[in-house]
Write a protein that binds this ligand. Structure first.
Ligand code: DC
Length: 221
């Protein structure tokens, strides 16, 4: 039986960093679904395709062969891991992710991956839609200010020029679009364990999630 772990939460809550560490610890495949929506956005921007041109966005989505290699996202043979983190993509990805047909295509792909491997998948609709039956669901959150501070530090360390207030505004705007779209809006699954990481260190959050996974594995040996 394959084990699926779902981690949902708002923008910049630290989901990908934490999911990646936990995945390595348990030797699970880490699937960063936000990266998949970002890849669609990047490929559309490269071809000047607006999110309002739904048919062309769907054509692009269908043309993408995506797979993960550890933390890396490879799309049509190209490593897009770093380029999709750029603020240009962050600013507009919510608009592409709100397209219902794009969601259907990516959700299908995500479910196929979870059928083949033990996975830790993070995103916005994992516990509520993609892996509705996952035995382990987490909802990771932190205050918008704390999330903006962390994203600011992360981008500054990579020498990407950023402004704290712009990041905070972008996070608030993205949370709003993600939570108010008509197609699978971002919600906390009823059976998810909520973890507010505002006052927790990275390793404390990793430890909390790991303890649930260990317990589950022991009980289902
Ligand atoms: O987690 P992230 O910031 O990389 O996500 C990028 C965008 O994609 C964000 O606006 C929310 C959206 N998203 C989504 O709608 N559903 C998911 N499962 C993952 C991300």
């Amino acid at each position: 039986m394959k084990i699926s772990v779902a981690i949902d939460g708002p923008a910049a809550a630290g989901k990908s960093t934490i999911a990646n560490i936990v995945a390595q610890k348990f030797n699970f495949m880490y699937i960063n679904t936000g990266a998949m929506y970002r890849a669609v956005t990047l490929m559309c921007i490269r071809q000047n395709i607006s999110y309002t041109d739904v048919n062309r966005v769907c054509e692009v989505t269908k043309s993408l062969k995506m797979h993960f290699e550890g933390e890396k996202l490879i799309v049509n043979g190209e490593d897009l891991t770093e380029s999709i983190k750029h603020p240009t993509i962050s600013n507009t990805v919510s608009n592409y992710a709100a397209i219902s047909d794009v969601r259907k295509l990516l959700v299908k792909l995500q479910q196929q991956m979870a059928g083949e491997y033990n996975v830790i998948m993070d995103g916005r609709d994992i516990g509520s839609v993609v892996l509705k039956n996952a035995p382990l669901k987490f909802f990771l959150t932190a205050s918008p200010e704390e999330r903006a501070k962390r994203r600011y530090n992360e981008l500054s360390e990579k020498n990407i020029s950023v402004n704290y207030d712009e990041i905070l505004n972008d996070i608030i705007k993205r949370d709003h679009i993600d939570s108010h779209r008509s197609s699978s809006p971002f919600v906390k699954a009823e059976d998810a364990v909520e973890i507010d990481s505002s006052f927790l260190s990275l390793s404390e959050v990793v430890q909390i999630i790991s303890s649930y996974i260990k317990k589950y594995i022991e009980e289902h040996r």
